[in-house]
Design a binder for this molecule. Structure first.
Ligand code: Z15
Length: 833
């Protein structure tokens, strides 16, 4: 690597190489230096925020030297790289993670203590980086952690939103959205004002003849500049530090359009600037829903075009032939949001680089892989042809050509099936015509994967059935999701991690999670069970304190903590949960005081954001809060039932909540939740699950054993028939659920009219999510949970056994599967310095 520096200067550079701190004294020096110089404050004026900032800067400096070495090594070796394109990266906090991954948290803890700070308080000063909605964005963040930990040469590419997912406040029981301005001070990013790309929009396509060849030239109507911001991603216990590159938009040609400015058109030059900055201003707050807004399409193209320009520029440095592109570059599309990358690469190769169409297309399809994350029809992206034509005129032409060649090949293979062409066409012949992005992603990729076994089977037999016939089954594969045990066990639950390490021969399990299976031989160890139970209890005490501080409600940590935290969505069925809670409340109310004394106390904990435009989801939040308001002050009930809605659920709250759960709810209508990943987080933290046979719940059951999970409800294969029966047969509602509805309608939980739509969805509108069909089984299964929890010793044994069998669900395993089956890339280990 050093050979790239000219001989005469090499010695001076080497002599002055930065050495990062390794001990407490070195760390303290760095903190004090940053407080005094970078932050221009003094020791008399250093509060917790300054201590957080200086600590972060000290670690950032350290990461960036590792980052430099990692990048140099990757460039020098010129191996194949992976590019993970995702519109969302739900990173959470960086400092705690950086300290643990680098292995210097203890050093920082001691150093901060000497300087007068508690590390827990310092860490809490950090604002979550919340550039994502839910599971999809958090998966991308876990993947970055695993890619770095496993030493893969990999980059993430995303958008640097000025506003991430909104902050949720609960006012009078309703969700209120507050903007999340998080960039005030962010020590974790490096602006690269020298890494910019001009991105064009609108305009028209002209034909030009160059050397007897006709080429298409896209003349821009608007140009916006993309500026790179780099976020270092440290691997755990390795010097590898990868890069997440986020693009920010600004007006091209400096602050203003000087021509307009000088000619006196000040207002319009300011307006141009604002229009440019709007592109990366805000994350769309919908999870599992696409609304087809022009600005969203602009975001997608802006990000994809800047990323591809960057990737191609890097490839060109190695002066290889274009046919080697897929040997050097693997691009993974996280859902269909970056699908335009397929079209953009084809455009670059054909229009700019002058390759023949077929040659270019071979390169393109060998480069891309596409991950599907949902079968919900409302989440599948479709863009009106007219909008694409207007914004990206050349891309629409290319899409039409891709479709033409694709349909010609289909016609050849299936000459008698006219309807097949209509069904698989990338262009839906509707009014207006639409571009089907998932179909474009399939046609332009060499592999398509789902995110859990059931989900991967479902896409093959339902939404992508025809494509399995066309391409054969091998193009479609499964990579079951996973989570990083570094953040979700070691960081979130340090005491449990330490206890596990003491039984598993140290911290190696954090890099090879299958080592957890060594816990199983200790299940019978009484002392071990006791320590395990104590840790769970302490985690519950911490959550109880948070509940008291944020809601004023006092909960008893000895109660069973029953948790459902995730985005609020009808398919995830928080309504089933709250109806179940009401059923429990009514049962308790109907008991004599003596009977009540025998009941198990429970705390039902909810959390999650509703998309601002999702009215029904907001009604569900309101019902949960309304039930809480009644139940929590009912003196007949006392500790037997509390209902809590935790405000502003996010990654850092999840890190506190997961370790404190006894049972968590993953109760989506069968066939609707592609995978789910919080199910894995809860089990890994020693909690059990109540869930449906859906997504990764099925594989969790296979791994941990049926006796360690509470499954209920109808199966995915029966859903269609049940829905049909609701609509065309006579639809009778479960009698217990009917009583719940009647109670709501009596006004027990406030103005009944507020909740009439939720009830009508079940009674009158076909109960699409099968709430009534699954209600009885749900209630019965909760009774089994109560009974099981009474036997604490057995319960703890189930928890330990489950954790010991969770090795499969590390995102390290996923990344290795992607690397082998889809990307064909190998790790590149960087020397330790
Ligand atoms: C999202 O968070 C998920 C899928 C989507 O299509 C969109 Cl737009 C957002 C989630 C799935 O709902 C969840 O089941 C899965 O675990 C997660 O993606 C990661 O694959």
């Amino acid at each position: 690597v050093e050979a790239s520096i000219p001989e005469p200067q090499r010695e001076a550079w080497k002599r002055n190489q930065i050495t990062s701190f390794t001990d407490k004294d070195g760390f303290e020096k760095e903190v004090v230096r940053h407080v005094e110089t970078t932050l221009a404050r003094s020791m008399f004026n250093c509060d917790e925020i300054a201590a957080y900032s200086a600590t972060s800067l000290a670690f950032r400096d350290r990461l960036i030297t590792h980052w430099n070495r990692t990048q140099q090594r990757q460039t020098y070796r010129d191996t194949k790289r992976v590019y993970y394109l995702s519109l969302e990266f739900l990173m959470g906090r960086a400092l705690d993670n950086a300290m643990l991954n680098v292995g210097l948290k203890n050093v920082a803890q001691d150093g901060l203590a000497e300087l007068g700070f508690r590390i827990e308080d310092v860490v809490k000063q950090e604002h979550d980086a919340a550039l994502g909605n839910g599971g999809l964005g958090r998966l991308a963040a876990c993947f970055l952690d695993s890619l770095a930990t496993l030493n893969f040469p990999a980059w993430g590419y995303g958008l640097r939103y000025r506003y991430g997912i909104f902050k949720q406040e609960i006012i009078d029981g309703y969700q209120v959205e507050v903007p999340d301005y998080w960039l005030d001070f962010n020590p974790w990013e490096f602006p690269r004002h020298d890494v910019t790309v001009d991105i064009q929009f609108f305009g028209q396509v002209n034909k030009k003849t160059v050397g007897g060849k006709t080429i298409s030239v896209w003349e821009a109507g608007e140009i916006v500049q993309a500026v790179a911001y780099d976020v270092p991603i440290p691997g755990y216990d390795t010097p590898t530090t990868n890069n997440l590159r986020l693009w920010s938009s600004k007006a091209s040609g400096g602050e203003f359009d000087f021509q307009k400015f000088n000619s006196g058109d000040y207002e319009s030059s300011v307006a141009d600037q604002q229009r440019a900055e709007t592109i990366s201003a805000v994350l769309y707050p919908n999870d599992n829903l696409e609304r087809g807004k022009e600005l969203r399409l602009k975001q997608q193209y802006f990000w994809v075009a800047a990323s591809l320009y960057d990737i191609v520029r890097r490839f060109k440095k190695s002066r290889r032939s274009w046919n080697e592109f897929p040997d050097q570059v693997a691009i993974q599309l996280n859902d269909t949001h970056p699908t335009l990358a397929i079209v953009e690469l084809q455009r670059i190769l054909v229009d700019v680089e002058g390759l023949e169409w077929d040659n270019a297309w071979e390169i393109v399809t060998s480069t891309f892989g596409y991950t599907n994350h949902t079968v919900l029809p409302e989440a599948l992206e479709k863009w009106p042809v007219g909008l694409v034509q207007h914004l990206l005129p050349r891309h629409l032409q290319i899409i039409y050509d891709i479709n033409l060649f694709f349909l010609q090949s289909v016609e050849k293979a299936f000459p008698d099936d006219r309807d097949m062409l209509r069904r698989v066409s990338i262009i839906e012949e509707s009014q207006p015509k639409m571009v089907r992005m998932a179909f474009l992603a399939i046609v332009g990729s060499h592999k398509v994967n789902g995110v859990a076994e059931l989900h991967s089977d479902l896409i093959k037999t339902t939404i992508f059935k025809d494509f399995v016939e066309i391409y054969g089954p091998d193009k479609f594969t499964n990579v079951t999701n996973g989570i990083t045990p570094r953040r979700w066990l070691h960081q979130a639950n340090p005491r449990l991690s330490e206890l596990i390490a003491s039984k598993c021969g140290g911290n190696d399990f954090l890099k090879d999670l299958t080592i957890l299976n060594q816990l199983e031989k200790h299940v019978e160890d009484k002392q071990f069970r006791k320590e395990w139970a104590e840790i769970k209890y302490a985690n519950k005490v911490r959550l109880a304190k948070h509940i008291k501080d944020t809601t004023g409600v006092v909960v008893n940590p000895a109660s069973l903590f029953d948790v459902q935290v995730k985005r609020i969505h009808e398919y995830k069925r928080q309504q089933l949960n709250i109806f179940g809670v009401i059923h429990r409340y009514l049962s308790l109310k109907a008991m004599t005081p003596d009977q009540r004394k025998k009941q198990l106390p429970r705390v039902s904990i909810f959390g999650g954001k509703a998309a601002p435009g999702y009215w029904m989801a907001k009604q569900i939040i309101h019902l949960i809060n309304s039930v809480g308001a009644v139940v929590n002050k009912d003196e007949d009930i006392g500790d037997l039932l509390k209902v809590i809605f935790l405000e502003d659920y996010n990654v850092s709250k999840a890190e506190m909540i997961c370790p404190a759960s006894d049972i968590s709810e993953h109760i989506s209508t069968a066939g609707t939740e592609a995978s789910g990943t919080s199910n894995m987080k809860f089990v890994l933290n020693g909690g059990l699950i109540i869930g449906t046979c859906d997504g990764a719940n099925i594989e969790i059951t296979r791994e941990i054993g049926e006796s360690n999970i509470f499954l209920f409800g109808n199966l995915s294969e029966d859903v269609e028939d049940l829905r049909h029966a609701h609509t065309y047969g006579s639809h009778t509602i479960d009698s217990d659920l009917d009583k719940v509805f009647n109670e709501i309608e009596k006004g027990t939980f406030g103005t009944p009219h507020d909740f009439s739509a939720m009830i009508a969805a079940v009674r009158q509108h076909g109960d699409y999510y099968l709430v009534s069909d699954d209600f009885h089984s749900y209630i019965e299964t909760h009774q089994l949970v109560d009974e099981a929890y009474r036997n604490q010793d057995e319960w703890i044994a189930k928890c330990i056994t489950s954790v010991s069998r969770m090795g499969f669900f590390t995102s390290d395993r996923c990344i290795n599967e992607y690397a082998e089956e889809i990307w064909n890339v190998e790790p590149l280990v960087v020397d330790r310095h």
